[in-house]
Write a protein that binds this ligand. Sequence first.
Ligand code: LLP
Length: 419
Amino acid sequence: MTSLFFGGFMINYKELEQKYSTPLYVYDENKIIEIMHDYKDNFKSDEFNTKVLYASKALSILKIYRLVKEHGLCADVVSGGEIFTALKAGMNPQDLYFHGNNKSPYELEYAISNDVTHIVIDSLSDFNHIEAAAKKLNKKVSCLIRLNTGVEAHTHKFIVTSHIDSKFGMLIGSKDLNQTLELIKKSKYVILEGFHSHIGSQIMTMEGFYAAIDKLLDYLKNFNEVLSLNIGGGFGAKYTCDDKPLEIKAIVNGLIKYTTEKLHQLNIKIDTLMIEPGRSIVCEAGTTLYKIGALKQTPNRQYYFIDGGMTDNIRPALYQAKYEGYIVGKENLPKRLVTVAGKCCESGDIIMEDTYLPDAEEGDLLVVKSTGAYGYSMSSNYNKALRPAVVFVHDGASRLAVRRQTFNDLIEGEIDENI
Ligand code: LLP
């Protein structure tokens, strides 16, 4: 299997390597589109509006915002830079929801003056900054308040009582929240659109989401207006054979059903229900292609050294994230225990520790699977490594989405009077 089956078409990794070189991020565009539609077409209700916001921190390049726009999703953005990129890709500013615990006055003014007027309030102080920016520009903004429901989900479990010191959101019943609501009532610029909650990431069961919906709707009962709810993202993706994420259709059907029943029970209405998936849209559609450069046997370990590493995927070093991969052309050969390490001056620069791969030779191509989320978007130039190229494969044809950096890119912005 030197080829990967991409959306019904075979793509040859050797050809990709010849055309674009390595390390290379390769995305299956057909798969991303399919997942976007799985979300959008199934997350529907007769009783309230629905919106799917792609959490763009998972991969925030022009190409993905373009797909988000073309396939009718909205996006969650968390910085001036993400807003800039989304707008450059042609997204409607009204389809962007601006998050963040410390949006700067500059970012807020940039957002609001570009008609990005859906903003998520994270704290009382954040509210003050949002109002000041809206007032300065004499524009109205429509805000969700991020609530800390106390529900925290860790992949398979959830806890309802922890999390009170979270960096994000306001605790239900807190003085800050009540004061923010009072200030919104008096504000000429900030309109209350509703509430938001995000309980965690890589979640494999529904209970945490249901517990958060309970908290949000119980809270909503205190309001006379018909408001909107955003229940965040965090739906799991499959990195290795140990991960068992739920199907997207089952997730969104479950959310709609649970919310509808609870609304009936409480006899209240909502305007719009929103979700914010990031990882589950791009993770499994992305792979990284590396070349094995050097090999080394230590007393206890066989190393395969690749031409990338923590600069294009920090997740193993940062979160002990696990990945699986294979060597192109050697898929069916017997495997043994090896460690795949990157080329940074850092012992922790390991992409797969104690993984099973066949014997390798210098020049072999290694594919690491499910690297599509938070890989490229968290990449860095540590050791002045070049950020890799990103390629999207659609209906069998590959297209460059981001070109590989050059040495000159590395000093762009640096000031040296002698150059
Ligand atoms: N909404 C909010 C408010 C969020 O904070 C996040 C993720 C999402 C949505 C999307 O969550 P997702 O569906 O992608 O799980 N760098 C880490 C992940 C950080 C997630 C931060 N917030 C990683 O590589 O695993």
